[in-house]
Design a protein around this ligand. Structure first.
Ligand SMILES: *[C@@H]1O[C@H](CO)[C@@H](O)[C@H](O)[C@H]1NC(C)=O
Ligand SMILES: *[C@@H]1O[C@H](CO)[C@@H](O)[C@H](O)[C@H]1NC(C)=O
Ligand SMILES: *[C@@H]1O[C@H](CO)[C@@H](O)[C@H](O)[C@H]1NC(C)=O
Ligand SMILES: *[C@@H]1O[C@H](CO)[C@@H](O)[C@H](O)[C@H]1NC(C)=O
Ligand SMILES: *[C@@H]1O[C@H](CO)[C@@H](O)[C@H](O)[C@H]1NC(C)=O
Ligand SMILES: *[C@@H]1O[C@H](CO)[C@@H](O)[C@H](O)[C@H]1NC(C)=O
Ligand SMILES: *[C@@H]1O[C@H](CO)[C@@H](O)[C@H](O)[C@H]1NC(C)=O
Ligand SMILES: *[C@@H]1O[C@H](CO)[C@@H](O)[C@H](O)[C@H]1NC(C)=O
Ligand SMILES: CC(=O)N[C@H]1CO[C@H](CO)[C@@H](O)[C@@H]1O
Length: 826
């Protein structure tokens, strides 16, 4: 009782303080149980949405859908290299308008979590670090290096000052309740020795000195220096306990799915398993959790990290790349959030008792004076359970958690999905045929003869000379061979030890071949037979980067480009000789002329230069293509099909929609038709699209398009392709299904189109999955399809009560709960 009074008076006191000092400010703090807001412990559900991975036009819709999905907060990183592309030259325009993003969150009435980093990982190019930073003298990242600390402090301070100026911290009445400094440093700290500890202490002091008035987080940082709050990241965090027992149990990254690499498959994390991980976390005392990602989005331009992260960053998140609801994930989580929120008081103030029911089944009871809330978790991966708990029976499937807000009735079970599945597809309209013009990359001829804009003895690291302003760097040298050369009487080949993400080789103007990485090893040997001539031979190597590494201790020093040695090898029978040419004088040409001249832009230099309409080449390397097109009608998201193209970059009206590489397909093996949600998820667990292009379709944001006039698509085709198959489509709902459990309600909707027909409905023990449902061994005696049709056809949405009363008291189906399977047509 005493304790309760004390808490009560404390809350009152804090509220009073709030009023006295600032009518608007919110006091954010924490105790051992939870984050507190104005003295109240809170259950907070947050989701990551990275502002540069969508467009400012998309933000309000994404944030509203997040709010509708039951989130309290939106979390984002801050992307240093996007904001400070050159030292002390800043960009906060367009989709980099951080202030506008935070204000949009505020406008929707949500909180915001600002993870400044400024190291962010995030599958973002170079983990968010600018490459100019790496190229400063005496630089060492993420340790006690004065130059690094100075720059990190400078950027962090700038962001904090911007936020303060706009009064965006909760302490000023704004939406930002939490901030983060550094990122997952605990994973790598041991590689930095004693300096690592000194550095993380410095980070804490530096952050603290910025006086933002809300708590700072450090994720994956056991024993975070005070007053930083440590948090957990991972697919599950139920086993996690903060090292400091005064810290609340917080989960800053719950990976809702996974990202994609070129050459990889589509990752897929089921709604059941994601909901299970969340419910487990709250069952085991968690009070703050963040979905990474809630909306993944798109890596526009060259922002993808890597190497080899794809342009799509869909992540199989609750909102898909285009901002559509990823159903059933979005809806299934929304229901969980509603139930958890209804238990906020008991979860944050209740006494906790745990009951072991055997066979990996555990119940947790949270008790306050006002009542109790319960969880029953079945961690067994295979055995469904009929559990007797406090005198009542509950059916708790394997690998699931039942939530009982009053400890008497199951309000939610993570494995019982009562949300519709929406399968998105491209529209079936006949696409516009495009008329292409083309021209070759103008630089080619002089380059292949070896003239560049920088000369050095020996081989250079790519990012050291390009500052990563471009993906492309030419390495060019001459080799003089006279008749006395011992190579001469032999078969000769060019051998290149390379770290280039893609390498193209030319000898005397002729293409010799390319190589790229197929097994994740970015350190390989290229070797191809070549024909050399007496006198001078020109060797030209084009090194292409496909996203800079973003993770790992000292990742910033990973070699890029052609590390060498580069040699000519002569073979005679078993005997080989090697002529190392690495230390020759090399000419370097940074970037491609078409980029320099902005061929993708209306303001292109030399637009008077001809684009040919005749003899459209296919399979031709280093070629630019251009076509006009009309924007697809309506509001549905626009996508472009790049099937037929090789590899390159694409622009719409001068704006880059990212790198493309549809010829890079995933391996044939490792896919299953169906994904079993049970058992520990990992990024390899449920993959789809084996043997298919990793990414065939690319997002064209509506705001890049002119609705009424012409639009221009420009392609730079690096490897050779056929643009005649390129076409624009929109993303629409294809099939809508549901498989809902008895005693529940299920809502069906075709988004903004009316429901046109019921394709299938059966109540009982139906089998199969969406698209291939079939009647099981029993079903209710009323016509289910007719019943659903009566309630749904012609409407934008309908809610069906799943009950025997409605569908006919079926017979003993031999299952604990009957299900309704429905497929509707939109
Ligand atoms: C960052 O450094 C520049 C000098 O390079 C200085 O003018 C500026 O005030 C610094 N900004 C902050 C926020 O410390
Ligand atoms: C644990 O956290 C509390 C406050 O949250 C702090 O006072 C204490 O010093 C911390 N303990 C350690 C070992 O860091
Ligand atoms: C899961 O249940 C099965 C069947 O009851 C049992 O054999 C197995 O030991 C259980 N596994 C765990 C981890 O409890
Ligand atoms: C919670 O536990 C404390 C300490 O054991 C006890 O004094 C208090 O009465 C309990 N409260 C409830 C609501 O059970
Ligand atoms: C060169 O290669 C060809 C076929 O690959 C072989 O027949 C010939 O003997 C080789 N010459 C030398 C000098 O090794
Ligand atoms: C869109 O196209 C129309 C017709 O060509 C033109 O008048 C208008 O200026 C264009 N709008 C933009 C934003 O480019
Ligand atoms: C359901 O449809 C009605 C109109 O029939 C509409 O007013 C309502 O907003 C829709 N609800 C949802 C969740 O789409
Ligand atoms: C569904 O059932 C609830 C009671 O469980 C009832 O209040 C509601 O009106 C029913 N809705 C429909 C559409 O039948
Ligand atoms: C420790 C760990 O696994 N970190 C990962 C966090 O998640 C991102 C993916 O979103 C990875 O890049 C990190 O490696």
């Amino acid at each position: 009782m005493k304790m309760k009074h004390f808490t009560y008076f404390l809350s009152l006191f804090l509220i009073l303080i709030t009023f006295i000092f600032s009518a608007n400010s919110t006091i954010v703090s924490h105790d051992d149980r939870a984050i507190t807001i104005n003295g109240q412990r809170r259950i907070l559900i947050s989701g990551s949405v990275h502002y540069p991975r969508s467009t400012a036009d998309m933000w309000p819709d994404l944030i509203n859908k997040a709010k509708d999905g039951g989130l309290d907060a939106i979390e984002t990183y801050v992307f240093w290299n996007a904001h400070e592309p050159e030292r002390r030259q800043y960009d906060f325009s367009g989709n980099l308008d951080l202030v506008r993003f935070i204000k949009t969150i505020q406008g929707a009435g949500l909180y915001s979590v600002l993870r400044i980093g400024p190291y962010v990982c995030a599958e973002w190019n170079y983990g968010g670090f600018p490459v100019w930073l790496h190229n400063m003298p005496n630089m060492k990242f993420r340790t006690v290096n004065p130059s690094f600390m100075n720059e990190m402090q400078n950027f962090t301070t700038k962001i904090v000052e911007m936020m303060k100026q706009e009064k965006l911290f909760a302490s000023q009445g704004g939406p930002i309740i939490l901030a983060q400094i550094e990122n997952e440093y605990g994973n790598v700290i041991s590689s930095y020795g004693a300096e690592g500890k000194a550095y993380i202490d410095w980070c804490a002091n530096m952050a603290n000195s910025l006086d933002i008035g809300v708590p700072w987080l450090m994720c994956q940082q056991p024993n975070a220096p005070q007053p930083m709050i440590e948090t957990c990241n991972g697919f599950y965090c139920d086993q996690y306990e903060p090292t400091n027992s005064s810290s609340p149990k917080m989960w800053t990254e719950n990976w809702t799915g996974w990202f994609k690499n070129w050459g990889g498959k589509h990752p897929y994390r089921t709604a059941e398993d994601l909901a299970y991980s969340v419910a487990r976390f709250f069952q085991t005392g968690g009070t703050f959790q963040n979905y990474y990602m809630y909306h993944g989005g798109t890596n526009f331009g060259r922002v993808a990290g890597g190497p080899y992260i794809t342009t799509s960053y869909d992540y199989h998140a609750p909102l898909d790349e285009f901002g559509n609801l990823n159903q059933p994930k979005w809806g299934h989580l929304k229901q969980l959030h509603t139930v958890l929120k209804s238990m906020e008081k008991s979860l944050t103030y209740g006494n906790i008792s745990r009951i072991d029911l055997g066979n990996s089944i555990k119940a947790t009871v949270y008790t306050t004076n006002e009542g109790s809330s319960c969880f029953i978790g079945n961690v067994n991966e295979t055995a469904d359970a009929l559990v007797n708990f406090q005198g009542k029976n509950y059916n708790v499937p394997a690998w699931s958690v039942s939530v009982l807000p009053d400890c008497k009735k199951e309000a939610y079970n993570t494995a019982k999905v009562n949300t519709q599945t929406s399968i998105m597809t491209e529209d079936s309209k006949k696409p516009e045929e495009l008329e292409w013009t083309w021209r070759s990359e103008a630089a080619q001829k002089p380059i292949l003869k070896g003239s560049g804009d920088l000369i050095a003895k020996g081989l250079v690291d790519q990012k050291d000379v390009t500052n990563d302003a471009t993906d492309y760097l030419w390495y060019m040298t001459r080799v003089h061979l006279d008749k006395k050369d011992p190579l001469w009487s032999r078969n000769m080949s060019l051998r290149v030890h390379s770290n280039a993400h893609v390498l193209h080789a030319y000898v005397n103007g002729k293409y010799v071949g390319n190589q790229f990485v197929k097994n994740g090893k970015f350190d390989y040997r290229f070797e191809k037979k070549v024909n050399l001539v007496h006198g001078n031979n020109h060797i030209s190597l084009l090194s292409v980067s496909v996203g800079l590494q973003n993770y790992g201790p000292f990742f910033e020093n990973g070699p890029t480009g052609i590390k060498g040695p580069v040699s000519l090898v002569g073979y005679k029978g078993e005997e080989t000789i090697e002529k190392d040419i690495s230390e020759h004088q090399w000419d370097y040409k940074i970037g491609l002329n078409g980029y320099k001249n902005k061929l993708f832009s209306k303001k292109s230099v030399g637009h008077d230069l001809k684009w040919a309409a005749e003899k459209l080449p296919t399979g031709r390397m280093l070629t630019w293509y251009k076509a006009k097109f009309k924007a697809p009608l309506g509001k549905d998201p626009v996508i472009v099909d790049f099937n037929g193209l090789g590899k390159g970059e694409a622009w719409i009206n001068g704006k880059s929609i990212g790198r493309y590489w549809p010829t890079f397909t995933s391996s044939d093996d490792g896919c299953k038709d169906e994904c079993d949600y049970r058992g520990t998820y990992g990024s390899d667990k449920c993959n789809f699209m084996c043997g298919k292009p990793t990414q065939r379709w690319y997002h064209v944001p509506r705001s890049f398009l002119n609705k009424s006039g012409h639009n221009t698509i420009t392609l730079f085709e690096e490897m050779g392709g056929n643009p005649s198959m390129v076409n624009f489509k929109t993303v629409v709902i294809g099939t809508v299904c549901a498989r809902a459990h008895e005693h529940n309600k299920v809502e069906l909707s075709c988004h903004d189109r009316p429901i046109s027909a019921v394709k299938f409905a059966s109540f009982g023990n139906p089998v199969g999955h969406c698209g291939s449902f079939a009647v099981g061994t029993c079903q209710g005696d009323k016509d289910a399809a007719k019943t659903v049709a009566k309630e749904c056809v012609g409407k934008l949405n309908c809610t069906i009560n799943v009950s025997s009363h409605k569908f006919g008291s079926a017979l003993d189906c031999g299952v604990p709960e009957k299900k309704l399977a429905v497929e509707i047509e939109c």
